[in-house]
Design a protein around this ligand. Sequence first.
Ligand code: SF4
Length: 289
Amino acid sequence: MPERFSDSLQQKISDRLRFYEDIGIGDFYRNRMGGVLQNESQVTSGAQELTPRIEEPSLPKRELKPALPAPVAPAQARKFELPQVDTGPSLFETASKIENDTLLKIREDLGDCKRCKLHKARHTIVFGDGNPKAQLVFVGEGPGADEDAQGLPFVGRAGKLLTQMIEAMGLQRKDVYICNVVKCRPPQNRQPERDEVAECSPFLFRQIDTIAPKVIVCLGSTAAQTILQTNRGISHFRGEWLEFRGRKLIVTYHPAYLLRNPAAKSEVWKDLQKVMAELGLTVKRGKTT
Ligand code: SF4
């Protein structure tokens, strides 16, 4: 008599399959070498039976499953043209690089920050989370209620979707670094205001400089507009390779937007495939039966 998976594992498998369906993946194959899923960690740490097979030359190796389109070739980044509408002095130009900086030092410098009005309603500063030497950094807008309560970025519903996206790339959250433009929750989850971004973003830029990732992924327009110093809409640059302080940067939709517009998941998946190609996460074509 086959043993039934636990309810939570069933839910995770169901969520994962729904995610693949949303991004247009519908074929799955049995991995003769991989056996069957036996516990929840196999779902949360790479889902060998449910995800594409990927080779990673420079990041921890994962075995993932369903057939995918051929990877997108790495592309040349273009310099982002500054906006036609003046948004004031560039924030990142004012944030010069600090020698021998570390995430610990940045966190210490941030302290019990009250530099902007967002400190008044926050419970926890959400500094960032993940691999301090990550090749891939995700930048979101700001903490929500769950993040404010737990002190970690992207742990609510949108965070779970981001985790699925990361795992679909053949990575785990601990392989990447995740942070936000502002580190305190804006009231009612409103967009951070310019003065708040101006106070908080130098810490973000220090984090990026210190981690020195190969690729930065901006999630949503606030992150993109802050880093690129523009007020242009996300449609002007989503999915294009851009350059930020000598690093490749790509903008895609925020997971919260995807929760409201699941049809956009396939566009995000195309963007993430570009990132995979850039990081050398090549997809092995062919069945593994
Ligand atoms: S959002 Fe940033 S600058 Fe504002 S209080 Fe929080 S940590 Fe400080």
